[in-house]
Design a protein around this ligand. Structure first.
Ligand code: NDP
Ligand code: 2IT
Length: 446
């Protein structure tokens, strides 16, 4: 049977079981396309039916979150935790609070997380969770009460050797502090049950910065492969949150020109490059829940309502907002603008149409499961620091982060090298799959 017919047969089954879950089906198809012939060619994997098992999370819990707003009105939200695979370690992955969150989005994120975590080389399984709660316009007290109510429901399903959540969209250090305290008071134990904690109570140095900094380290490794360096390159970045602002800060420190940051309202454009002060202002806006439409006079940029970051002429694109944020038209604009490298800070930020256009247009693309793995990697280091009750210095963690990103680059390049070029996406899917498949096959039918 050809690869295409194997894939279509496999996807037919997955589609029947997950009707309408477009994001989940999109992510499963990408991995299955690159690995289905490897499964068939490897008797242990085929016998263990590894892909069929990975196309279904181990379990998914759904719960109601009831909380009180500042007017003493009762509010009701939905909460979930998808425990995708613990084949190589405890379930591990972030929590997202966003009104557009659905089971399909969480299932795709948890699925991706399993392969990403395998690529880090650390003993981490994959999971993801969150709520359709919208923090926009909510007071700090309301967000804290929501976090407490959310953890009241989530606590029975997690634990330091069972499932270790962290942050994701709209869940940062502040929310992790409130979630951690709620867990600690229910479980009557102080343990490393969450990562991304404040440093005064067990958080790792550099966890806040890790995803964005790691993304830049990965991009530097891609450039080094071509004998180039990041200094002097023009970079477009989408998003204005944790990943986007830390990627911008690191790229600027390395001598690149970051010409955009963005949010759902539009794009901040700085043709000569944002300064570190501009990035600090954007971060402060995001943290205060304020928009970035009106930059201060000292800021090097103007805000373009409704514009996308991908209309600028750049060498490198770093999408750092959310899934499917970059569509076919935007991909074409990037190709036309001369971009040659794209590294994903967000998880699955390109639509399938955009993926095709980027590939045809000769842009080399790193998938999020490789290029944004720095965050979860430092989460893994936070777990080891919590277990041995000793903390590493910022320099030590940063050195480890750089080494991990370079090792992921080497691993993925080895699997993805085809003639004179590297297919990073294929390399990442195959390398992640092999690691998890070896463990699943070794553990028998359970
Ligand atoms: P933040 O909440 O800090 O920032 C999210 C940013 O994305 C905001 O600027 C937000 O804009 C923007 N955004 C969200 N939804 C949309 C949308 N539909 N269209 C356009 N912009 C949107 O989250 P993070 O920086 O933590 O996460 C960003 C991405 O990186 C996500 O895909 C996440 O899964 C991924 N990631 C995060 C890691 C981490 O350690 N935090 C690790 C690895 C990946 P607005 O303010 O207008 O809502
Ligand atoms: O998508 C991701 O890798 C994250 N949100 C980080 C997960 C983690 O457990 O640190």
């Amino acid at each position: 049977m050809s690869r295409d017919s194997l894939l279509e047969d496999f996807m037919h089954e997955v589609e029947l079981r997950n009707p309408g879950e477009t994001e989940f089906l999109q992510a499963v198809r990408h991995v299955a396309r690159d690995t289905i012939t490897i499964e068939k060619a490897h008797a242990d994997y085929a016998q263990a039916r590894v892909l069929a098992r990975l196309a279904k999370p181990d379990r998914m819990v759904e719960f109601r979150v009831t909380w009180q707003d500042d007017n003493h009105e009762i509010r009701v939200n939905r909460g979930w935790r998808v425990q995708h695979s613990n084949a190589i370690g405890p379930y591990k992955g972030g929590l997202r609070f966003h009104p557009a969150l659905t089971p399909s989005v969480l299932k795709f994120l948890a699925f991706e997380q399993t392969f990403k975590n395998a690529l880090t080389g650390l003993p981490l399984g994959g999971g993801k969770g969150g709520s359709d709660f919208d923090p926009r316009g909510r007071s700090d007290a309301e967000i804290m009460r929501f976090c407490q109510a959310f953890m009241l429901q989530l606590a029975p399903f997690i634990g330091p050797n069972r499932d270790v959540p962290a942050g994701d969209i709209n869940v940062g250090t502040r929310e992790i502090g409130w979630l951690f305290a709620a867990y600690k008071s229910q479980a009557h134990e102080f343990s490393g049950v969450l990562t991304g904690k404040g440093r005064s109570f067990g958080g790792s140095a550099v966890r806040v910065e890790a995803t964005g900094w790691g993304l830049v380290y990965f991009t530097e490794a891609m450039l080094a492969e071509r004998g180039e360096e990041i200094a002097g390159k023009r970079i477009a970045i989408s998003g204005k949150g944790n990943v986007a602002t830390h990627a911008a800060e690191k790229a600027i420190a390395c001598g690149a020109r970051v010409v955009t940051l963005s949010d759902t309202a539009g794009t901040l454009v700085a043709p000569d490059g944002l300064t570190l002060d501009d990035v600090a202002w954007v971060r402060a806006c995001k943290q205060a829940g304020a928009d970035i439409t009106d930059p201060p006079g000292s800021c090097n940029a103007t805000f373009h309502e409704g514009a996308s970051p991908w209309e600028q002429e750049v060498d490198i694109a770093l999408p750092c907002a959310t899934q499917n944020e970059l569509d076919g038209e935007m991909a074409q604009a990037l190709v036309d603008g001369g971009a040659r490298i794209l590294a994903e800070g967000a998880n699955m930020p390109l639509t399938d149409e955009a993926l095709e256009i980027v590939a045809k247009g000769g842009i080399t693309r790193a998938p999020g499961k490789a290029s944004n793995a720095g965050g979860v990697a430092v989460s893994g280091l936070e777990m080891s620091q919590n277990s041995r009750r000793r903390f590493a210095s910022p320099q030590e963690v940063d050195d480890d982060l750089r080494e991990i990103m370079e090792t992921i680059h080497a691993r993925v390049s080895r699997e993805g090298r085809e003639g004179g070029r590297i297919d990073y996406s294929r390399g990442a899917n195959i390398a992640g799959f092999r690691k998890v498949a070896d463990a699943i096959a070794a553990m028998g039918a359970i």
